[in-house]
Design a protein around this ligand. Structure first.
Ligand SMILES: [Zn+2]
Length: 329
């Protein structure tokens, strides 16, 4: 075995720390060993049976059976466009087609001002479920570009580690921030994922999540929605710093109308043409959120919420606390 660690670290897609120092076996959370077999490199856990490959510096911890991707014929159009025209074109088209109807206000202040302000320059950030648009999502973290580990179940262009959020392949008490941008509605067991986030966060580490509320079914793995109360319960092992509307009711209505009008057309071309045209027509409506997001009852019909919290106590003692709280009632 002869591995040039420095060379591999450089391959870690521009992170300024050694990604491999952060990794652990996702089953037993123990140390992993790197082995070289012929020309291929693997990660091996001394206690567990599996070995994991490394593809162009990206460790692949994928050994779960997942539902097939894009079985929805309308969803599959986006992956076809991407294959045909490449990522850059797809990104432009996607942003033109999808984002004008989502107007975020208060929640964005947190990601663009609050978080970059309070995180130290040396903070380690886990972008869990980073998806294809990791960099676009995180322009807010330009300052931390080389400190963000993009993690996803799929091998996308910007991903550093491929794996399953239910069993994170990272050491305990490691990250300063776990960032979940519209991720938790797509996982089978959100509580298990949140528990793992808690484990990999340092004491005082932050969790920031956005989740849809009044929002269309999207992607093949779309399991659920939460109210603000539901989010408080989901993140009960954290201390809430702030939560509220991410995208407001006007965005919800605009997106619903777009879905409503396009639902009349089964023909793919017509379906997407109607979506595109209604998107453009509804942009002015969605901008009402700049006003509505500050109204008292807007949370009742918000398109999405954000939730920011802090890890203050270990998971175990917190669950004891929950027990006592319940006994008090
Ligand atoms: Zn193991």
């Amino acid at each position: 075995m002869n591995i040039n660690r420095e060379q591999i670290a450089n391959e870690n897609r521009n992170l300024d720390f050694d990604l491999f120092d952060t990794l652990a076996c996702f089953r037993c959370k123990g140390e992993l060993t790197r082995v070289l077999e012929e020309t291929k490199e693997y990660l091996v856990c001394p206690k567990c049976p599996d070995k994991y490959s490394i593809k162009d510096g990206v460790p692949i911890f994928k050994n779960v059976d997942l539902p097939p991707e894009y079985s929805d014929e309308f969803e599959s159009v986006s992956s076809q466009v991407k294959k045909k025209y490449g990522n850059k074109f797809y990104r432009k088209l996607f942003s033109l087609y999808r984002h004008p109807l989502k107007i975020s206000a208060e929640g964005k202040k947190i990601t663009q001002a609050y978080l970059p302000d309070i995180l130290s320059q040396k903070a380690k950030i886990l972008n869990l479920g980073s998806g294809e648009f990791a960099k676009a999502n995180l322009t807010l973290f330009k300052k931390f570009e080389r400190r963000i580990v993009n993690f996803d179940i799929d091998y996308f262009e910007n991903v550093h580690v491929v794996g399953d959020g239910h069993e994170l392949p990272f050491k305990d008490d490691l990250f300063d921030l776990v960032y979940l941008s519209c991720v938790l509605e797509h996982v089978r067991d959100a509580s298990a994922v949140v528990k793992e986030c808690h484990r990999v966060l340092k004491h005082d580490g932050l969790i920031f999540s956005t989740t849809p509320f009044v929002s269309r079914h999207h992607s093949d793995s779309d399991y659920r929605r939460w109210t603000l109360m539901g989010l408080d319960f989901l993140f009960r092992n954290f201390d809430r710093v702030e939560s509220g509307i991410y995208c407001g009711p006007a965005s919800a209505v605009a997106l619903s109308l777009r879905e409503f009008f396009s639902a009349f057309f089964n023909n793919r071309f017509l379906h997407f043409s109607v979506k595109f045209v209604t998107s453009l027509c509804l942009i002015p409506l969605s901008y009402l959120d700049l006003f509505l997001n500050r109204r008292k009852t807007s949370y009742k019909l918000a398109q999405s919420y954000y939730w920011l919290g802090k890890k203050c106590v270990p998971q175990e003692s917190q669950s004891d606390k929950m027990k006592f709280d319940n006994e008090d009632k």
